[in-house]
Design a protein around this ligand. Structure first.
Ligand code: DLZ
Length: 172
């Protein structure tokens, strides 16, 4: 699955639509906050670099990654166009890791499929802290950047769909 040595911050800038006027909610887990804080910084800076106003970015925290599901669901009720869920789960000595990763991933996937706005998956799941550090601004880039670009592209996708859908646009 992982493309070895893929840098999470690398993207083709010409493929990114303007993010002007977009509003984005970011829900961040407090667990491993040295990692999630760096992911948040990456996502925030990339959104702003592409035209999202600072005042149109809403950031809220939840205790752990498992709470990202409820946190993201609540955020979809805010006036935002996308929600980014940021967390970091690091493998321990028990099967707890698998349950949290699976539960959180399933919960976020369900939200992404059922809510009217995209919910972007910013969960890092690693075997150790070094692998996490490599992915939050280290040698493999920052997954927060990737999430921001994905959010922008998905909001643009929804805008294009709305334009094409005559049932939605016929009154315009
Ligand atoms: C309990 C727990 C453990 C052991 N590890 C992590 C972790 O590595 N990353 C993370 O985001 N959260 C962890 N948690 C907390 C759970 O996500 C959750 O907050 C608690 O199980 C309470 O629901």
């Amino acid at each position: 699955m992982a493309t070895k040595n893929h840098n999470l911050s690398d993207y083709d800038i010409s493929s990114v639509p303007s993010a002007e006027g977009m509003r984005v909610g970011i829900v961040v887990s407090e667990w491993n906050d040295n990692v999630t804080g760096a992911l948040l910084q990456g996502a925030h800076d990339t959104l702003v670099r592409h035209g999202v106003k600072e005042t149109d970015i809403t950031v809220l925290t939840v205790p752990g990654s498992f709470e990202l599901i409820h946190g993201a669901q609540q955020m979809t009720h805010l006036p935002v166009d996308a929600v980014i869920a940021i967390g970091c789960v690091i493998r321990g000595d028990t099967p707890h890791f698998d349950y949290i990763c699976e539960g959180t991933t399933y919960g976020l996937a369900r939200l992404n499929a059922t809510q009217p706005i995209p919910v972007i998956y910013g969960l890092i799941t690693t075997n150790d802290m070094q692998q996490a550090l490599d992915r939050c601004g280290g040698k493999l880039g920052n997954k927060g950047d990737e999430c921001a670009i994905t959010a922008i592209k998905m909001v643009d996708y929804d805008r294009r769909i709305t334009k094409k859908d005559r049932r939605i646009t016929k009154k315009d």
